[in-house]
Design a protein around this ligand. Sequence first.
Ligand code: PLP
Length: 340
Amino acid sequence: MRGISAFGAGAALWLCAATAGMTAPSLTVLCGVDEAWCAVMQKAYEAKTGLEIAMTRRSTGDILNQIRAEKAAPTVDVWWGGTGDTHLQAGSENLLEPYQPAHERDMLPWAQNFFAMSGGRSAGIYAGALGFAYNADLLRAAKLPAPTCWKDLTDIAYRGRIQSGNPNSSGTAFTTLATLVQLFGEEEAFRYLAALNRNIERYTSSGSAPVKAAARGEVLIGISFMHDAVTQKEAGSPLVIVAPCEGTGYEIGAVSIVKGARHVEEAKRFVDFALSPEGQATGAAAGQNQVPSNAMAGLPLAAPDISLIKMVDYDFATFGSPEERSRLLERFDAVVSATN
Ligand code: PLP
């Protein structure tokens, strides 16, 4: 009921505009989740509201850079999806508009904490753990040992056989960087990244590309969110998904309204839909396996049980700060170019 009344005003507005011969209000959304989910969400929202929206998929760091660059004249209304620490970084730079979503009280505690931490600028829409996955057919054919820990990935046996995202563009890869720093301490984490770099075949722009490449047999191991690997496995690929033995980090995917958005009221309606059980169900409908943030939303059947995974107490406040982001990215770039 709440969903229907929330959309009544928008639909009525659009009908008035249509009868008066005006252009229908539109909304521009940058989508940080998998392309498949972006498409299903766009269709569901348009069917629900009768509004046409523009939705483009970009990696999380690229979205942050676009919103920064357009600060004086934003073209984007909503940033939907992508890792929450990058949303927090944007919030700290005063690039986001505070909004109290209609469904906030139905959110699970981790999402409510995230919303409070963002100063009411970003709401958590899903959670998922980081990990890696290997192609079992390739592993067997190459007679290689099965990796079970982060540290295994630096073994010379995997030289040129691993893909990871580039943390400058990919939120997944920034989560990897922050996770390693939290797990091992910063100095050891960068020694690890230097060793890992020797085994990296390619740093991809998007964070889900590595497990997609492993699923297709183009590379042995992909570092990505475990739910991305589950989606590939569910589609029939021979992936083995690993929750690393040392423990791992996780993301809270988020939605935010851009400060200075041209369609603020539409943007609020979109955020309400994204947090509603109906909006959250679009993830499972698109074959996605994150854990939804709304307690009333159903869990995708194949979603990894994050309560069973050894998880770092992820410090969103520290790794959501723009200064920490810039510092870690600079150090990452330096380590990669020094070991190439
Ligand atoms: N795809 C999925 C399924 C995700 O959960 C996330 C993170 O929120 C991303 C993609 C992020 O993409 P990228 O690493 O390209 O920023």
